[in-house]
Each structure stands twice: as structure tokens, then as C-alpha cells.
Design a protein around this ligand. Structure first.
Ligand code: G3H
Ligand code: 13P
Ligand code: NA
Ligand code: ZN
Length: 328
């Protein structure tokens, strides 16, 4: 059934686990996440970005998720809007039936300009007021996602600002986080700790200077009752990169967020972990391999099946690694 995200995150906090929130854009991705969750007894957060709604169209996103609820009636599922850029976007998602929305007020509505703190408080509070009146959960974001290696925002995949930032802008401040939560009354807070969206997060296996897990601990100490959210949390598995390259792909050397760092973060209040890139990599690796090995095939089902299976495998791994098994 469709459940509220607040309910799932509260349960995760009480029982000390984290829930991967997977981005979905199409039928195969929805089926992959649901099958994995059903196999291990995990609760599900399906999230759709603006890009997803543009790709599939709003009715398709809505009905794909409704089809998941109908097909897996026993799996608790949250339909979450990822990175809402304005209260208007969040309102339309709520009207569409989403049970949770993210108001990303770290940037202005153009998605590029770094927002002032007061702007962020204002738009997030507006969304909390309209969402809570309708039983919808709200995620906000404080601090700008971006690389502590290059001091740049994560423009890579079309998100965020490319401007150069200070270390302070790239790391959520615990005192400001406490004030933000108090003033907005949001349910979950996305924090900036050096991760960024897309495949190119780190030029080397990250250490504490470029992936600030310690900052999570400080924030959690200051606001222990607020559910924390990690964006840009794909692990970018080296074996998937190798597979993609082996079959003609041209991905450069890159490193993601190690699973063991996410597991540490889960011990310190992180309850929602956003993952999109790993599913993209898994599907691409499977399709490239299939195409290379079966040049005579042309039925999309033939290559989408192994792609769906590869996506399922990565989702299943994350559910198990984050402690979701049997929590649904
Ligand atoms: O917010 C980041 C997710 O990876 C969604 O990406 O905007 O390309 O759908 P997208
Ligand atoms: P990745 O690009 O690391 O998968 O992050 C996805 C995300 O944060 C979606 O909001
Ligand atoms: Na990026
Ligand atoms: Zn994100």
C-alpha cells in the first residue's frame, strides 16, 4: 500500500536502519526495485525527479507507481518527488498523489543560483504548511551538494550550480540545521557532506577530507530527532565500470560513496539514501554486454530483461546492506 514517508523513516530510526530511495523513470526500473524489495521484505521509496516526469510524462509516472502498488499490495511504498524546485512544483506533485515531496530550497527556482538561507526557510516552510495539511511528508535541503575536491557544485548531470563554493557552503552547518528544522518543521533533512549527483563524485576512493561522515555525526548530535537524507549516494561499483568499458563504453576513472561509509552514516541518523546512478550503470552494463554478445537480436524485451535483472540485483544488495531485510 501507499504509506507516508514519515511513517517509514520513523520506523527506520526506531530500528536503526536506512532506506535506499531509488529514482525511477520507466517500467523496468519500477519492477526492478519492487521485485528486490519483495524478495527481501524491504519497505520501498520510489522517487521521481523533474527529469523523470518530463521523460515519462506525469500520468505515466503516477500510473507506473500505482501499478507497483497494485502488483505488490503487501509492500509498503512511498511515492516521493525528488528535488522539487519550487512550492508550485511540490503542490502539483501532491495534487498528482505523491505521499512525500522534497522542497530543494538550497538553490533558487532556476536550479542554479545559490539561495539565501532566508529564501530556503521561506519556501520550505510554505511547502510544509501545504503538505502537512494533506498528510504529505516533506524533505528539505540545507547546504549545497558539490565536490570538496574541486569546490564546485554538481553540474555534471544538469543539476545544481557550477559556481565555485566555499567549504562552508559545501558542508551543512549543524547550528543552522537546528534553526532550519525548528523554523520549517520539516520531516527529513538532506545534508551536504561532499557528495554530488552522477557518476563523477570523487577522483579517488574518498577519505574523510572529501567525504565528511564526521559532519553527519555532528549534525545528528545537534538534531537527533530529525531524519537525515544523503543525496548523491551511489557507490559507482568498479566492476560495473569495468563491464561498461569492456563492451565499448567510455566512462572515465571515478569513485562513488563506499557502502561502508553509508553504513556508518546510518548509525548516525541517516534514514534515506538516494540512489540513481548505480541503477543506470547496472542497466547500461547489462545492455552493452547483451548487445555485444547477441548482435542478431532486436527485440527490446531481450535486452531489457537482463537490464531489469541487473538493476534488481543492485537494489537487493543495497536493501540488505542498509539493514532493510524483513522491515516491511
Ligand atoms: O536528482 C538526481 C537524480 O539522479 C535524478 O536525475 O534529473 O537526470 O532524472 P535526473
Ligand atoms: P546518485 O547520482 O549518486 O545516484 O544520486 C541520486 C540522487 O541523489 C537523487 O536525488
Ligand atoms: Na555530478
Ligand atoms: Zn539528489
Amino acid at each position: 500500500p501507499l504509506v507516508s514517508m514519515r511513517q517509514l523513516l520513523d520506523h527506520a530510526a526506531e530500528n536503526g536502519y536506512g532506506i535506499p530511495a531509488f529514482n525511477v523513470n520507466n517500467l523496468e526500473q519500477v519492477q526492478a526495485v519492487m521485485t528486490a524489495a519483495d524478495e527481501v521484505g524491504a519497505p520501498v521509496i520510489l522517487q521521481a525527479s523533474a527529469g523523470a516526469r518530463k521523460y515519462a510524462g506525469e500520468p505515466f509516472i503516477k500510473h507506473l507507481i500505482e501499478a507497483a502498488i497494485e502488483s505488490w499490495p503487501n509492500v509498503p511504498l512511498v511515492m516521493h518527488q525528488d528535488h522539487g524546485q519550487s512550492p508550485t512544483v511540490c503542490r502539483s506533485a501532491i495534487d498528482l498523489g505523491f505521499s512525500s515531496v522534497m522542497m530543494d530550497g538550497s538553490l533558487e527556482a532556476d536550479g542554479k543560483t545559490i539561495a539565501s538561507y532566508d529564501y530556503n526557510v521561506d519556501v520550505t516552510k510554505q511547502v510544509v504548511d501545504l503538505a502537512h495539511a494533506r498528510g504529505v511528508t516533506v524533505e528539505g535541503e540545507l547546504g549545497c551538494l558539490g565536490s570538496l575536491e574541486t569546490m564546485r557544485g554538481d553540474k555534471e548531470d544538469g543539476h545544481g550550480t557550477e559556481s565555485t563554493m566555499t567549504r562552508e557552503q559545501l558542508l551543512t552547518d549543524p547550528e543552522q540545521a537546528a534553526d532550519f528544522v525548528k523554523r520549517t518543521q520539516l520531516d527529513a533533512l538532506a545534508i551536504a557532506i561532499g557528495t554530488s549527483h552522477g557518476a563523477y563524485k570523487f577522483t579517488r576512493k574518498p577519505t574523510g577530507d572529501i567525504l565528511a561522515i564526521d559532519r553527519i555525526k555532528e549534525i545528528h548530535r545537534r538534531i537527533p530527532n530529525t531524519h537525515l537524507v544523503m543525496h548523491g549516494s551511489s557507490s559507482v561499483p568498479q566492476d560495473l565500470l569495468a563491464e561498461i568499458r569492456k563492451y565499448g563504453g567510455a566512462l572515465k576513472e571515478t569513485y562513488g560513496v563506499p557502502v561502508e561509509e553509508i553504513q556508518e552514516a546510518i548509525k548516525h541518523g541517516v534514514r534515506k539514501i538516494n540512489i540513481d546512478t548505480d541503477i543506470r550503470l547496472a542497466m547500461t552494463a547489462a545492455i552493452r554486454k547483451f548487445m555485444a554478445e547477441n548482435p542478431e537480436k532486436f527485440d527490446p524485451r531481450d535486452y531489457l530483461k537482463p537490464a531489469r535483472e541487473a538493476a534488481k540485483k543492485i537494489c537487493r544488495e543495497r536493501y540488505l546492506q542498509f539493514g532493510c531485510e524483513g522491515q516491511a
